[in-house]
Each structure stands twice: as C-alpha cells, then as structure tokens.
Design a protein around this ligand. Sequence first.
Ligand code: AAL
Length: 423
Amino acid sequence: MKKSLFILSILSLLLSCNQEVSVEQEPILEHGTFPQKLPNEKPNFKLSAALNRLYDNYPAPKPQKNELFSQFKYTDIKGFDYNNHDGTISRRDPSKVIFHDGKYYVWYTYRNTPTPPQGAAKCTDIIPSSDWDLAEIWYATSTDGFTWEEQGVAIKRPKKPIVGWRAVTTTDILQWKGKYYLYYQGFMEASGKRGDDCPVAVSYADSPNGPWTPHNKIVIPNGGEGSWDQYSIHDPYPLVHNGKIYLYYKSDFGKKGAWIRMQGLATADNPLGPFTKHPQNPVISSGHETSLFPFKDGIAALVYKDGNEHNTVQFAKDGVNFEIASITEMMPYAAAPFVPDAFTDTKDGRGITWGMAHFIALGGKGKFHSMLTRFDCDLSQDLHDPEMKEPRVNYTPEDYFKRSLSKKQLRRIKKGNSALTKR
Ligand code: AAL
C-alpha cells in the first residue's frame, strides 16, 4: 500500500513538472503589433520571414549591438618599398599577425623579379607568370602595427623537384607546443599554366625569427579525381580549437575564368600531419582568402569577394556549420587579423580589432603588383567603438563615379536606346 502511494506521488510530481514546462512555452499568437521600440527579444506573435531571420539568425537585432558586425577602416602603412610601384616588387597575402617578445610579426608573399608578371605563355625561369609566381615568403616586425621593419626572407624556394620549387606563397602561422609552423602554397608549375594549381607545404622553427626547417613534403594534399579541391589547396590558415589544429583552406574549382571558390577544413593532432579533411567540406560556400578567429565558444570567419555570401561575417560553434552573423561592406581582402588567442584553445575567443590585408591589381598593365595595408575594425568582445558599428558608409559622388560604366556597357545601352527610338 505504502509503495503504491509512493509511486502515485512520484507520478503526480512528474505530471505537475510537465504542466509547468507547457505553461512556460507560450503559444505564438496569430496577431500582434510590432512595437515602436525595437524589442531585444523575439516578440511572441507571428512574424514575417525577414523579422524571424532578424531574431533567429543574428547575434542581435541591431548591427550596433551585434558583436560580429563591423565597418573596416584602412591605413597606408610605412616601411615597405615598392620600386616606385613599377611592378617589379609585390607584397601580398599576409599571414595572421602574432605578438612575440615585444613585437608584432607578419609573413607574406614577396616577389622581386626583373619584370612584372607576363602571363603563363611568356613566363621563364626568371620572368613571372602571375603576381605570386617565383615568389618567396618574407616577414616584417613592428611595435605599433603602423610602421614595419622588413626582416627579409623566411622561406626560400627549394630546389627542383621539391614541393614549392617554382614559388612559395600565401603563408600562415601556427604556434604549437613551443614551436612555430609556417604553412604555405608550394607551386611546382607556374601559376596560370592550367589553373592556379598547388598543394600545401610546411616549415618549422623554434622562434618566429627562424631559421625555418623545410619539411619538404606535401602536408595538405589535393583532393582526389573529380573532387572540389582536386587542383588547388590555397590559403592554409591554422588555428587551435578543441585541442586540435584546425586548418582552413580555399580551393578554386569549376571553369577557368569562372572559378567557384569555397573553403574547407582539415584537422590534425600533429602540425606535420596527417591532416584529415572534414567529411562535410566545403564548410564555407563563399569568400576568397581564408580569415578566421576564435570567437566566444566557436570560430568566426570573414567572407568576402566571391560567392553568394560575400561581404558577411560568419560564425560556427563547432567550426564546421557556419551561419551568417552579419552583412557588411569594404571588407579587407586577404584579411590577416591580429589574433591574440589563435593558439590558446580558448573557449571564450575575444575577437579582433585590426590586422593586415592587401590591395591587388595595382599599377595597370605592365606594372601589375600588390601592396600590403592595415585594416581596423571592431569584431571584439572587449572593444566598443561606435564608429566601427555605424551600419552606413558615406561614399562621395567621386567614389561612386569611379565605378563608371565600361565601353561595352555603354555600347549596349546605346544600342537599346536606338532600337527603342527607331520604333
Ligand atoms: C590569393 C590567394 C592565393 C591564390 C592567389 C595567391 O589571393 O587566394 O594566393 O593562389 O591569390
């Protein structure tokens, strides 16, 4: 008897708990008036698709309060010579910035060739096909991030046929168990011969100042026949997450001249590999160079230039399933942020406030080259800079008119007009 009473009271307790749960989940009302003051929480009545998205997809309904929304500002940095921008010297594709022994460090693609790039058909052993053909990896240091001192070469091109003999480019840095690792694109044919085909190689050192020991092996191989990353593994970008090395990369695929660009993830327990490509690759559908940083308990990505989701900042709690967290503009290309917690395996990533990037296709035909720049932003939990959170950029009429119609477009419009007026 006593036993059955006990069971009954447990059952009634469970039932009352259930009732409490159902009371908390208020039913969504069919109608409601959206209030004057923008609610921080999603209102409890039926909303349009856009308003559902506003509350379900973004960290905050207002960009000013969205920690993953920022504008970007640019500064012309000091310390780099470009031979009067005649196209013989190029610096591009910087690595993320790290801080070591009182100084910031950045590595980048450096080309110093007798002529500017001449295209794949005209390239030789000393004449480059593209802006990053025949390049090496150089580095620079700075105490303020505005004035840089170039330190010289970090990774030279090895002898043929070692991976990277034609060019070593587009590097990024990892710190792991007291050692430093530079991952980079190792070209074994001039870029542009078929596409921009290369795998990833790595060198390691005890200090960011080197000397760097080349591993001389491919560490992230291209994908198998018919796969999205069959030909190119670009922009290797390592972070430490969940106790592992999370290395993001981009690949070009599709057709020459109409490349599709997406980003994948490869993880490892050892910096020299083996790296396991994620079964859900590609994990980011858009963008060009890789640019990611730990944010809160996940990973945030700057996505720009290519694809449907360019000009967005994205976030994935698991580093795999990225969602759009904000839409922005004038994003830095080849963005290489200063990421103080890139290698700490943090569960509370603090975000970024500045970094390096590049401007490409400078100088026009015959002087083609790129240069490094600094960008600033507020994608940080610790900074609250209202100027960076202003959703509107004020462009001048001159800015707009720089984007004038091409001759081809003008001809099309003229043709359309005359067809209409002749009727
Ligand atoms: C860049 C990067 C890679 C490509 C080329 C040089 O901006 O995506 O490095 O190979 O363009």
